[in-house]
Design a protein around this ligand. Structure first.
Ligand SMILES: Nc1ncnc2c1ncn2[C@@H]1O[C@H](COP(=O)(O)OP(=O)(O)OP(=O)(O)O)[C@@H](O)[C@H]1O
Ligand SMILES: [Mg+2]
Length: 467
């Protein structure tokens, strides 16, 4: 074999080896690719199943969340309507007890009537708390912002608890930082509620020593300040393990609290929620048997001091009620409340027409002449607000002067009241109504009427039964 021939054979062998190796490599690649493809298919399958499972879980969770929200909503609506429904008979209980107190009772009877009023007031406070809680849970608690005198609000709130502290032999002191002696913009009603809750708790859970209220205002930005209200007591204190739970609704330190001190355990939970809605919070530090400090904060706006209301804006005295035999139209479907209304006014010589629904109120108004209308809101046949709108229509059509319409209702949410005023109501009276509140509203309405008509006496020229 020549050299050339042998070289050619070697290269052919090499070539064949290379071809074989390539083929094997290709087969291996093929096999691996197939394996990879299969694994990939399996993964895709698993991912699909996983996605499907996640979708199903999410759907289940969404369904459960919606169901929980719906249940919570139903609970809130139930609580709100229960507390509304209880208010109506409570108006009867408190109203009649108040009338009873005015009826020449002996000392023992008087004590009993006072107990009815006190118990009714406690029931009313519980109802208001439940209503607040249901509003908070439904996201419907309304916060308003208006300018008011902070120092005056704090002083008058403290004033309310002086007698109770004195009765228990506890000193009640107020330390008002100079910076807090000013006007601010916030929700005065809710701030008073928070401060009142803290003070009432401090007095309730302190048997000796003192309760100190400290108010400070710190600059936050050019537009806002931080209001800090602390109430420090030397009372029984709170065990460490209970501190964080106290802000949950219906929680008290232990079961003996309700037995010994009453209360429902709602005050702190509502107060903290209010503080948070006002841009602050409520916190506590306490030592068992040494005392507690509750601190409420709120982000408040700057406000300039408004002028004191002129005497004309003050509630009118009740003299005006006795000035003549005013013609009053009362639309109220509840018999007890009709009775309370007339009993409250029994010392005056008035011409009161009572009707039981809004339609009957419109009919009576169209036929007769009235100086003032008291209108319940929730009534059968036609509600009081629709009736008020119709009354405004009757006045416009007959070119009659505007008659004051005072709404009586247990609906006390800000947007509801604003809605009533927009629809022609002049004033709003929240149930249960106290005698003094009704007399003040009647006097105000009559003053409004005589002012509107530009003379204090023109209505005197009409006889009581005319029209
Ligand atoms: N200053 C305090 N000192 C000691 N314990 C307190 C003090 N304030 C609150 N607590 C404890 O926290 C609990 C919850 O307070 P919260 O104001 O929520 O309810 P309450 O006063 O029992 O009832 P309610 O305020 O609904 O009438 C109280 O029951 C009490 O155990
Ligand atoms: Mg309380």
């Amino acid at each position: 074999m020549t050299l050339i021939e042998s070289e050619t054979r070697v290269s052919r062998q090499r070539y064949q080896r290379a071809v074989l190796a390539k083929k094997q490599a290709e087969e291996l690649l093929d096999a691996k690719s197939r394996e990879l493809w299969e694994v990939n298919q399996k993964l895709i399958g698993q991912a699909d199943t996983l996605e499907q499972q996640v979708r199903e879980r999410t759907a289940d969770l969404t369904k459960a969340k919606l169901a929980a929200e719906a249940a919570n909503h139903i609970k809130s609506v139930f609580l709100a309507s229960m507390s509304h429904e209880i208010r109506t008979p409570l108006n009867g209980v408190l109203g009649m007890a108040e009338v009873l107190l005015d009826s020449g009772l002996n000392a023992e009877q008087r004590n009993m009537a006072v107990t009815i009023v006190d118990s009714g007031q406690i029931l009313l406070a519980v109802l208001n708390d439940i209503l607040d809680l249901s509003k908070i849970e439904a996201g419907q608690l309304e916060i308003e912002e208006r300018p008011f005198d902070l120092a005056e609000l704090i002083r008058t709130t403290c004033e309310l608890y002086k007698a109770k502290a004195h009765e228990k032999g506890i000193a009640l002191t107020l330390t008002l930082a100079p910076a807090a002696s000013c006007w601010i913009a916030s929700d005065p009603v809710r701030l008073r509620q928070v401060l009142g809750n803290m003070i009432s708790n401090a007095i309730k859970f302190t048997n000796e020593g003192e309760v100190e209220i400290i108010a400070e205002l710190r600059k936050h930005t050019d537009k806002h300040n931080d209001l800090i209200l602390s109430v420090r007591d030397t009372g029984m204190g709170i065990p460490k393990s209970k501190l964080s739970k106290l802000f949950q609704p219906f929680v008290q330190v232990d079961a003996s609290v309700a037995r010994k001190f009453g209360g429902t355990g709602l005050g702190l939970s509502i107060s903290r929620q209010i503080c948070r809605m006002l841009g602050g919070d409520m916190t506590v530090s306490s030592r068992l048997n040494a005392g507690s400090v509750f601190t409420a904060t709120a982000r408040v706006g700057h406000a300039v001091a408004a002028d004191r209301p002129a005497p004309a804006d003050q509630p009118a005295g009740t003299d005006i009620i006795a000035a003549r035999r005013w013609r009053i139209l009362l639309a109220e479907d509840n018999k007890t409340n009709q009775l309370v209304f007339s009993k409250y006014l029994q010392g005056f010589d008035l011409d009161i027409t009572v009707v039981e629904n809004g339609q009957a109120a419109c009919d009576a108004f169209a036929r007769g002449q009235f100086d003032i209308v008291f209108m319940d809101v929730n009534m059968p046949v036609m509600d009081g607000i629709t009736a008020t709108q119709k009354i405004r229509g009757i006045e416009a059509a007959a070119n009659r002067p505007r008659t004051p319409v005072m709404a009586l209702t247990a609906n006390t949410m800000v947007h509801e009241i604003e809605g009533y005023l927009e629809k022609g109501v002049d004033r709003h009276l929240g149930k249960p109504i106290k005698k003094a509140t009704l007399l003040a509203a009647l006097a105000d309405g009559l003053a409004m009427l005589t002012e509107d008509r530009g003379d204090a006496t023109p209505v005197m020229s009409r006889t009581a039964g005319d029209g």
